[in-house]
Design a protein around this ligand. Structure first.
Ligand code: PEP
Ligand code: MN
Length: 353
């Protein structure tokens, strides 16, 4: 249920409504909007016992929510969610596109720094790299663990990029949340409900990747799990789904972008690297993702893709990423978006070191 407050309701009236909801044994999620505040009620098994809520000062109306998701929905919050990072101009969901780039896995300090230097120079404000890798084979490279996180923390200081990295279980999440700026929940864990709830209790924004065969509703419900625990900074990521097609690793479902945007206020970025699995398809689908209205891209870039310990086939050479960014810069204004300028910060750092 949604408790819609009157436009002029005071903060004290909103707090009183939240206290009332909690006294009934439910959880209250107040969400201020441009027009009015709505308070979402969760934790109810059946219909919410509205009690005297409707009569309370400042309450405009009670709306029953028939959809299985509530907090992710535009019914709860009409305006787009914009995730900001204090002290920087990086954002996800605003007019500026969020470009997240870097290798699949952190393999060494040299490899990570070489990748960061190039993607930062090309204008990426977010660096991605896995320290914990969910691999299909137990014999494949599993990631450097905390050492990988430490390397990324160093990168953040040197290049000023925000770090996006995956947590694969509750244990790794403990560490990832200390080092990362955005915690990634991978496709294989999109329905790991205990991990999603744990992510909902962490203080960092969470990026949820779409499960390999998840429907739109299942995708949104995964985000709902995170939000239901009180973390409202959630980013969705389309990364392709399994189909009969075998010319790509997955089928990138770009139609999910406008479908999500219609139902949800959450930002959605597109990952054409895992979405296609083929280097030569990453740039064309990046162009398409921006054109379709995605809030950003997640792209794998490796200084030496042929030597990569994971996902080399889909990793761009740094020069290819430069070209991708040039193209994205041309398309962005057509759909009313901007892209951060190319950076000279690392050049300055190199010169002064
Ligand atoms: C990744 O981002 O490196 C990754 C493992 O992605 P996904 O969970 O989408 O397969
Ligand atoms: Mn990968």
């Amino acid at each position: 249920m949604l408790v819609v407050m009157q436009a002029h309701a005071t903060e004290e009236q909103v707090r009183a409504v939240c206290r009332k909801i909690e006294s009934l044994g439910y959880r209250a999620h107040p969400m201020p909007g441009a027009q009015r505040t709505a308070v979402c009620v969760t934790g109810n098994r059946g219909e919410v016992e509205a009690g005297t809520l409707e009569e309370m000062a400042g309450v405009q109306e009670l709306i029953r929510v028939s959809k299985p998701y509530k907090l992710v929905s535009r019914d709860f919050k009409e305006e787009n969610t914009v995730i900001t990072f204090p002290g920087t101009d990086a954002a996800i969901g605003g007019p500026g596109l969020a470009i997240i780039a870097g290798p699949c896995a952190i393999e060494s300090r040299e490899q990570a720094f070489a990748a960061a230097e190039r993607v930062s120079r090309a204008g990426a404000q977010f660096f991605r790299g896995g320290a914990y890798k969910p691999r299909t084979s137990p014999y494949s490279f599993q990631g450097l663990g905390e050492q990988g996180l430490q390397i990324m923390a160093e990168l953040r200081d040197k290049f000023g990029m925000k770090i996006v990295t995956e947590a694969i279980d509750n244990e790794s999440l403990e560490l990832v949340e200390q080092y990362a700026d955005v915690v990634q929940i991978g496709a294989r864990n999109m329905q790991n409900f205990s991990l999603l709830k744990r992510a909902g209790r962490c203080r960092k924004p969470v990026m949820v990747k779409r499960g390999m065969s998840a429907t739109l509703e299942e995708f949104l419900m995964a985000a709902e799990y995170v939000m239901s625990e009180g973390n409202y900074n959630v980013i969705l990521c389309e990364r392709g789904v399994r189909t009969f097609a075998d010319h790509t690793r997955n089928t990138l479902d770009l139609s999910v972008v406008p479908a999500v945007q219609r139902l949800s206020h959450l930002p959605i970025v597109v990952d054409p690297s895992h979405g296609t699995g083929k280097r030569n398809k990453v740039t064309p689908l990046s162009r398409a993702a921006i054109a379709v209205g995605a809030d950003g891209l997640l792209v794998e870039v490796h200084p030496e893709p042929d030597q990569a310990l994971s996902d080399g086939m889909q990793s761009l050479y740094p020069d290819q990423f430069d070209e991708l960014m040039t193209q994205v810069r041309q398309i962005a204004p057509v759909v009313g978006r901007t892209v951060a300028a190319t950076s000279t910060r690392e050049t300055a750092a190199v010169v002064s070191s």
